[in-house]
Design a protein. Structure first.
Length: 355
């Protein structure tokens, strides 16, 4: 299973990162449509002892795939064949949009990191919702006992003015809440102009209230609602978001999104500067992400669900987050470097550590 890093160096490292992602994702989806998919499911299915309950939902494993890999719900079923306990789809916007101009995805291999300024490229909520609905049905057939969980991450359409953001998020919530096991309001991507301004409690309170109302009414049930925050918030802002989550009785907080900082990188500064603006993810985010998690748990108390993401690479990383107060853990960037058996390896490590 350690063959993949060598394969990555030979095949993918010299390829445009977005093209490599597209090819790799197509291979995963193709494998899932063949008999090999059922073999993978048997080999990678998480041990029953890893089952975790958060906001009333049972997850096959505490480890899942963060938003950003499958932006449009094309590969949910195939990705669960790899052992992820949940797949968070998105970020999805109210209107379809192409995202930012290319190139917009850059690897920092020495740092095991990625810089992206994708800009929420997706087909829009109305087009993605039926795909998620179909995936839910397929997963229920394949996993009649306990299927992997589907989270849905929603953001603001770039062309929509901030003054109209609530209405835009409401469009996404109405379309996607009926097919979501949980819903995430993303106000922390650095790649949509002005989006992070919505993280202020004054802006966030009415937005979350409106999304929750629209989601529950559209789904005809209560849909667990979480908010995703940036690692670049001050400690005081983190405390305020935790207090708001408790006040509004949200189900949880996802911490953290990508960072706009470029501190502590091994890659030479000229190469980093040439990548331009965008969010940095991967191993360099590990320390700050853990700091934010710890701060959130102290501020929010024991009951609020916290999903930790940022710099997670190994089973030990996942275990550290769980011990620091995370309810669930997500990863993404290391998937690009470790390959298709990454989630399965983490699940095995977690199960072995639990014995």
């Amino acid at each position: 299973m350690r063959i993949y890093p060598a394969f990555f160096r030979v095949v993918f490292s010299g390829m445009d990162p977005e093209r490599a992602h597209r090819i790799g994702f197509r291979l995963i989806r193709w494998t899932g449509s063949t008999p090999a998919g059922s073999v993978l499911r048997r080999l990678t299915r998480p041990s029953p002892e890893l089952r975790t309950t958060a906001f009333g939902v049972t997850f096959p494993s505490p480890f899942g795939l963060a938003a950003g890999f499958d932006k449009e719900g094309h590969g949910i079923v195939a990705l669960t064949d790899l052992g992820f306990g949940h797949i968070e789809v998105g970020t999805i916007t109210g209107q379809a949009q192409p995202g930012n101009p290319k190139p917009r995805l850059f690897r920092l291999v020495k740092d095991r990191a990625v810089i992206n300024r994708m800009g929420f490229n997706n087909d829009g909520a109305a087009a993605v919702a039926p795909r998620i609905a179909a995936a839910r049905k397929a997963l229920q057939r394949r996993y009649p006992d306990l299927r992997p969980v589907i989270g849905v991450n929603i953001g603001k359409t770039k062309t929509v003015d901030l003054r109209d953001a609530i209405a835009d998020y409401r469009v996404s919530a109405q379309a996607l809440a009926p097919v979501a096991d949980y819903l995430v309001v993303n106000v922390s991507s650095p790649n949509t102009p002005g989006l992070r301004l919505l993280q202020s409690v004054r802006s966030l309170r009415p937005l979350l209230k409106a999304v929750r109302k629209a989601a529950d009414e559209s789904a005809g049930r209560h849909v667990p609602l979480l908010v995703k925050i940036a690692p670049d918030l001050s400690n005081e802002d983190i405390d305020e978001v935790a207090a708001l989550a408790l006040e509004l009785e949200l189900e949880g907080i996802i911490a953290t999104n990508t960072t706009i900082t470029r501190e502590g990188l091994v890659t030479d500064p000229e190469t980093v500067m040439a990548c331009g603006v965008g969010g940095l993810s991967g191993a360099p985010l590990k320390h700050r992400s853990l700091e934010v998690l710890t701060r959130l748990r102290q501020a929010a108390g024991p009951d609020l669900a916290l999903i930790s993401v940022g710099g997670v690479e190994t089973a030990d990383d996942v275990r550290q987050r769980l011990e620091a107060g995370a309810t669930l853990v997500q990863g993404y960037t290391a998937f690009l470097y470790e390959g298709p058996f990454w989630a399965s390896s983490i699940n095995r490590g977690l199960a072995n550590g639990a014995r």
